[in-house]
Design a protein. Structure first.
Length: 310
C-alpha cells in the first residue's frame, strides 16, 4: 500500500503584492486559492516521486472537496480512505511579502475527530501492508494514539510533522514512539521551551543532539530555511544538510516537501543524512515554482531501487 499519510486538508488563500509590500497598508496584488494542508501536500509530493501513497483524511461535502479528491487521484494517490463530511476541511489565509515569505496568516482548523472512527473501522486494513506511516502530530489525540497502536501492532515506522506546534507540544510523550520527527527552527524552540532563532546550523546541531538524547527521541530533524537543516539521532549520529541554492518565488509547502522527501528516504533504506538530502532537493524544487507543486521525479534519481507501480 506504500506510505500511508494521515492528516487534514486545507484550502489555502494566498495574497501576493504587485509592488513593494507595505505592512499595515493597502496593497494591490493577486489572490489565489489552492488545495493545501501539510498532509495533503505530503501525499501529493510522495506521489510525484512515482510512488503510490495512501491518503487518510477528510474533505467537505462540496465541489471543492471533490476537487481535492480528483486532483489527488490524478497524481495517483490512493484516495480510498478519504471521507466526505460537513466542514471537513480547514482554511489558511496568508499574505506574502516580496521575498515570497509569509508575513501574516490566520488558519481555521477542521474537526478531524471522524478520523478516529475511520481508524476504528478500517485501521487493520489501512496499516497491515503499508511501507511506513507519515502522521500529522496535531490531529485529535485519540487519532494519534490509534495510529501509534497500529504501528506497534504491525511493526511499522512512523514519521511525524506538525501544522500547529502549540497543539503538538501537548503530545511530547508521543515523540518517543515516533521514528523521526521533523519541524522547523521556531517550532523546535517552542517544543523545548527555548529560543533557537539566533543559532547557526552548527550550534543548532549541538543543541538538538543534546535535547534528543535527554528527551529519548529516536530521531529529529530541524529545518532552518536558507541555512539548510540539521538532524540528530538518539544513537549519537548528527549532521548538517545545506540548502539548495535556487531563486525563491514562494516558500509555501517547502517544509512539507522536505518532510515528504525525508520520509521517502527513511522508508526505503536511506540513512538520516541521505534522507534529508532527498528532502532538501524536493523542497528546492517547490519554492522556485509559482504553483508550489513538486515536479515529477523517479525513484532512481534519488538512488532508490523501488519498482514503480502504474
Amino acid at each position: 500500500m506504500g506510505i500511508v499519510v494521515i492528516g487534514a486538508v486545507f484550502v489555502d488563500i494566498k495574497g501576493y503584492p504587485l509592488s513593494t509590500y507595505i505592512p499595515g497598508g493597502r496593497n494591490a496584488g493577486r489572490v489565489e486559492q489552492v488545495h493545501g494542508g501539510v498532509s495533503r501536500n505530503v501525499a501529493e509530493d510522495i506521489a510525484n516521486v512515482e510512488l503510490r501513497p495512501t491518503f487518510v483524511s477528510l474533505v467537505d461535502d462540496t465541489g471543492i472537496g471533490q476537487d481535492v479528491i480528483n486532483k489527488l487521484k490524478a497524481h495517483k494517490v490512493n484516495t480510498k480512505y478519504i471521507r466526505t463530511v460537513p466542514d471537513g476541511m480547514g482554511t489558511w489565509l496568508a499574505v506574502f511579502d516580496n521575498d515570497g515569505d509569509v508575513c501574516a496568516a490566520i488558519s481555521k482548523r477542521p474537526d478531524t475527530s471522524p478520523l478516529t472512527r475511520l481508524l476504528e473501522e478500517k485501521g487493520d486494513e489501512i496499516f497491515k501492508d503499508c511501507d511506513s506511516i507519515a502522521l500529522e502530530l496535531d490531529l485529535e489525540k485519540d487519532t494519534v494514539k490509534q495510529v501509534l497502536r497500529f504501528a506497534k501492532k504491525y511493526n511499522k515506522k512512523v514519521f511525524a510533522a506538525v501544522s500547529n506546534m502549540s497543539i503538538a507540544m501537548e503530545r511530547r510523550d508521543f515523540l518517543q514512539q515516533i521514528d523521526c520527527f521533523v519541524c522547523n527552527q521556531q517550532e523546535a524552540g517552542l517544543l523545548f521551551s527555548d529560543d533557537y532563532d539566533h543559532l547557526s546550523p552548527t550550534q543548532m546541531r549541538e543543541v538538538l543532539a543534546a535535547n534528543v538524547h535527554s528527551a529519548n527521541i529516536p530521531c529529529m530533524v530541524v529545518t532552518m530555511g536558507g541555512q539548510g537543516a540539521v538532524y540528530a539521532s538518539h544513537n549519537g549520529e548528527s549532521g548538517i544538510i545545506p540548502a539548495k541554492k535556487v531563486d525563491v518565488i514562494d516558500t509555501t509547502g517547502a517544509g512539507d516537501s522536505f518532510f515528504a522527501g525525508t520520509v521517502i528516504g527513511l522508508t526505503y533504506g536511506k540513512n538520516p543524512a541521505q534522507s534529508c538530502e532527498i528532502g532538501s532537493r524536493l523542497a528546492a524544487s517547490v519554492i522556485c515554482t509559482s504553483d508550489n507543486v513538486c515536479p515529477r521525479f523517479r525513484p532512481l534519481e534519488f538512488g532508490l531501487d523501488i519498482p514503480v507501480v502504474d
